[in-house]
Write a protein that binds this ligand. Structure first.
Ligand code: F6R
Length: 604
């Protein structure tokens, strides 16, 4: 998502900031900016779109002497990708850049506005700089004002702030978003939100921990921990390999993205959960006025998340919901009635088939909503309303974290509609929200499980095919598990509803037919188990995934015991992704760039 850089020293500050931002381009962004303080004078430049636009704007700006600078690439979350919303954000004599989300920004903004502060942007970030300047008025130092400011922020953040009141320092704070500082041979200091901008400049870096804050000046790196105790920096050696740094040490982007799911789901949830219900600031509640039905349309993995949504919407929101593969919907003369909310789901927002169905729905006068990961994409621009999934850039062609965040958004949306339509009582909604808060934990990859799957994968490299089976919402998960395996292993795999096997597919059962069985403890366990027993009786090789031991399984991947089937869903999702990954690795395939596939399918 967003990227941060910072620099204090005598080298060419502008170039260092721009080069650093370029190294973060792979994370995706829609605008960028820098602010440099030299000779007691601030210069700031911002541009929408690619970094070349910012380079063009700064071409006459020269930095030669000592300067303090910060820079940012922004991936819009609060407010459109415009120049005004781009970082750095200015107060009267300070600038700030920020990654993450300030959950209590609306309240802080209201207070500051009532005191006469004018806001220029729609971002949550701008409150930080105004709050800091307000605190500065009554503080004895910039550090005191900064410390107070941090204590007033709720949410996740990595922050850099520069101010004329302390013109040789960069103030920093980290809570929930990554940030590190490095030094070069001349003792100049560099900040970044990930390793890559520092490679080539610094050999030693200090990764900040959550709760760390402080400042860096030409001669000092001053760090306080979350309790305000001073601590020494802990320098470690920085890799000099850029590609491996982008992968954060993982072998593949897909693997990194599987491991990121816990964090990106935290982003998906940020600011959207309250004890009373789901908060989608981006939705106007009138969107659901007069709506009696929801129609979902998508392709591939996004179609699978949409299929999951049909179970959630009908179960919780009690609203008639159906889903269709976009390429089919386009050409079958569908009936579209105006009491239907038309929802498209897409990681990229550019998939041609899905985009076309959105155009059809608009032309038919239906209200439209897009669930998407890329702001300002074609679908986001076209739909009446949009919910961003906040998964960050997904580089692996096989979608993982996009799917996870889509399902998360659908679960939240089902509660949002349930509240609007009074189909669930407050107690049940509060219970579901409490469960949602546990998803980041359910999606954390366990080393033990990953190691187990790595070992197990060697037994699944041959055979004449795989069946992934599940019931209810675990059926779309089975489809997704099969798709992941197909895409990156090139082995034949199919997803089936467990109860459907006896109607034909079971004829294929033999020891060389691998069944990956999803057996959630909290949803139709006995029914699903009987279906697996039928396959086991016909000698299919069974790999069961469950919290409950299953003696008919040849292999067993345990998940943790939890309170609800949705938590089982997310934990099993991780297991299926890892299983595909490890089978593909053993087969020697290119995990991130599987043959014949493209990341964004903009053709029919
Ligand atoms: C599978 C995968 C594809 C996409 C599909 C739709 O791993 O990535 O099946 O899900 O091409 O793409 P989006 O979601 O961008 O519309």
């Amino acid at each position: 998502m967003c990227g941060i850089v910072g620099y204090i020293g005598k080298k060419n500050t502008k170039e260092i900031l721009l080069e650093g931002l370029k190294e973060l381009e792979y994370r995706g962004y829609d605008s960028a900016g820098i602010a440099v303080l030299q000779h007691d004078n601030f210069e700031s430049y911002k541009a929408v779109g690619k970094l070349v636009n910012l380079e063009e704007k700064t071409k006459d700006f020269i930095t030669q002497d000592f300067a303090v600078g910060i820079g940012h690439t922004r991936w819009a979350t609060h407010g459109k990708p415009t120049e005004l919303n781009a970082h750095p954000h200015l107060g009267e004599s300070s600038y700030v850049v920020h990654n993450g989300i300030i959950e209590n920004y609306a309240k802080l903004k209201k207070e500051l506005m009532s005191e006469g502060v004018t806001f220029l942007s729609q971002t949550d970030t701008e409150v930080i700089v105004h709050l800091f300047e307000k605190n500065l008025k009554s503080a004895s130092s910039a550090l005191e004002a900064f410390t107070k400011t941090i204590s007033q922020l709720h949410g996740a953040y990595a922050i850099l702030l520069v101010t004329k009141s302390e013109d040789e320092s960069i103030f920093f704070a980290k809570h929930g978003s990554p940030m590190l500082v490095g030094i070069d041979a001349q003792n100049d200091k560099y900040f970044a939100s990930s390793d890559t901008p520092l490679i080539g400049h610094c050999t030693d870096v200090n990764y900040f921990e959550d709760g760390d804050y402080g400042y860096v000046s030409p001669n000092a790196i001053v760090i306080f921990d979350k309790d305000g105790n001073k601590k020494n920096p802990r320098f470690t050696k920085l890799t000099q390999n850029k590609l491996s740094a982008q992968k954060n040490g993982f072998r593949f982007f897909m693997e990194k993205e599987i491991y990121e799911q816990s964090d990106v789901i935290t982003d998906t949830l940020l600011g959207r959960l309250s004890d009373e219900g789901i908060v989608f600031d981006e939705l106007d509640a009138s969107l659901f006025d007069g709506i009696n039905e929801i129609k979902l349309c998508a392709c591939g993995t996004s179609y699978h998340s949409a299929l999951s949504a049909t179970y959630l919407f009908e179960r919780y929101a009690k609203i008639k919901t159906s889903v269709e593969v976009a390429s089919e919907f386009r050409y079958r003369s569908p009936i579209m009635s105006k009491d239907t909310l038309f929802v498209v789901i897409s990681q990229s927002g550019e998939t041609a088939d899905t985009l076309e169905t959105l155009k059809m729905a608009k032309a038919a006068g239906l209200k439209t909503l897009v669930i998407c990961n890329v702001d300002n994409s074609s679908m986001v621009r076209l739909a009446d309303a949009c919910i961003l999934t906040r998964a960050g850039v997904e580089k692996g062609v096989a979608s993982t974290k996009a799917f996870a965040t889509q399902v998360m958004v659908f679960w939240m949306l089902s509660m949002y509609v349930a509240k609007l339509k009074n189909s669930l009582d407050a107690k049940e909604i509060a219970k579901q929200i409490a469960l949602m808060r546990q998803v980041p934990l359910s999606t954390k990859v366990s080393d033990v499980t990953h190691e187990h799957i790595k070992r197990l994968s060697k037994r699944y490299l041959h055979g004449h095919g795989f069946f992934f089976i599940g019931r209810d919402i675990f059926y779309p998960l089975a489809l997704e598990g099969a798709l992941k395996l197909k895409e990156i292993s090139y082995l034949h795999a199919e997803g089936y509803p467990s109860g459907e096997m006896k109607h034909g597919p079971i004829a294929l059962a033999d020891p060389e037919l691998f069944t990956i069985a999803l057996l959630p403890q909290h949803l139709l366990y006995e029914k699903a188990k009987s279906n697996v027993e039928e396959l086991s009786a016909r000698d299919s090789t069974i790999c069961a995934i469950s919290a409950l031991e299953f003696d008919k399984a040849d292999d067993f991947i345990p998940i943790s015991s939890c309170q609800d089937y949705m938590l089982e869903f997310f934990e099993m999702m991780v297991v299926l992704q890892l299983l595909s990954l490890e089978i593909s690795v053993r087969l020697g395939n290119d995990v991130d760039m599987p043959r014949n596939l493209a990341k964004s399918v903009t053709v029919e």
